[in-house]
Design a protein around this ligand. Structure first.
Ligand code: PMP
Length: 290
């Protein structure tokens, strides 16, 4: 496996970062995950735009122009085997004496990128769907930033795994009304289906603006599927006909049990059956374009 670190390509075994890197010390950095189909990065412009949003959110200058990123990532894709891969990009505020405040003057950012084989969910998983639990969203108020400090997400995802589940659906409580509402999954965005309408939570500071989320809403719009983007209550999650999770590596997956109870009929439903092939078709059409 060939990786990229601070301007050089090298075997992963040779890639080292000093212990005073602010990513290691403070989790002071951001990241991106980009799927690659047929050696071609999917929705690259949108991922690079989100990377810029994350960098702006932590007040870190982008170390590369989009043209430079494109060049680095193309070379990384070419140097790694496999038609379908996923790219992981990681940028930290660099190496400096330990002090919470930003290094003054600024030091060069640490820039790391690697590529791994992309294995979307197999047919058995697509047919069965996955189990999920609900969990209290105890993260910070900047979940729109794809920060490398993922400890809350790690603990929430482990809560799901400990319960034999694939994902945790995160719920916050309105401080005024006390009522619960859904934000996203520990590592995915979540859609609710009720009475043939696709419901999506609005993109705000409480969720990551998913690239797959955007694609699914675009596909719904184009196919004339009824959809609403609005706050989704805990009750709507618990009484859903279908629940869907989306992410760059899992694409679209049905959630068929929640907290041990079946979602709808406990099988992937009609909305999943409609959206999944649309996503596959779209992905392949985009990849065929020069
Ligand atoms: N929310 C969170 C917390 C995530 O970590 C992810 C990606 N793993 C997503 C949503 C989905 O985003 P995308 O579709 O861009 O992969």
């Amino acid at each position: 496996m060939t990786v990229y670190l601070n301007g050089k390509f090298m075997p992963i075994a040779e890639a080292y970062v000093p212990v005073l890197d602010r990513g290691f010390i403070f989790g002071d950095g951001v990241y991106e995950v980009i799927p690659v189909y047929s050696k071609c990065a999917f929705r690259l412009d949108e991922h690079l735009q989100r990377l810029q949003h994350s960098l702006d959110g932590i007040r870190l200058a982008n170390p590369h122009s989009n043209a430079e990123w494109t060049q680095i990532l193309s070379e990384l894709i070419a140097r790694n085997a496999g038609e379908d891969q996923y790219l992981y990009l990681h940028i930290t505020r660099g190496v400096a004496r330990r002090d919470h405040a930003f290094p003054q003057p600024p030091v060069p950012a640490t820039v790391y990128a690697m590529s791994s084989p992309l294995l979307p969910p197999d047919n058995a998983l697509l047919a069965s769907g996955v189990a999920a639990v609900t969990a209290v969203d105890n993260r910070w108020l900047h979940c729109d930033i794809k920060a490398i400090s993922l400890l809350p997400n790690v603990l929430l995802r482990q809560q799901a795994v400990d319960a034999g589940c694939a994902e945790a659906i995160l719920l916050r409580h309105d401080p005024i009304t006390g009522s619960g509402f859904m934000t996203e999954g520990a590592a995915s965005n979540i859609f609710v289906v009720k009475n043939n309408t696709l419901l999506a939570p609005p993109k705000d500071n409480l969720m990551l603006p998913g690239i797959t989320y955007d694609v699914v809403l675009e596909l719904a719009r184009a196919a004339g599927i009824a959809h609403e983007v609005r706050k989704i209550t805990e009750a709507e999650v618990r009484n859903a006909d279908e629940l869907l999770l989306t992410s760059s590596t899992k694409e679209i997956l049905a959630i068929t049990t929640l907290d041990g109870k079946p979602v709808g009929r406990g099988k992937p439903g009609a909305m999943f059956a409609q959206l999944y092939p649309l996503y596959q078709k779209f992905k392949h059409e985009v990849m065929r374009k020069p």
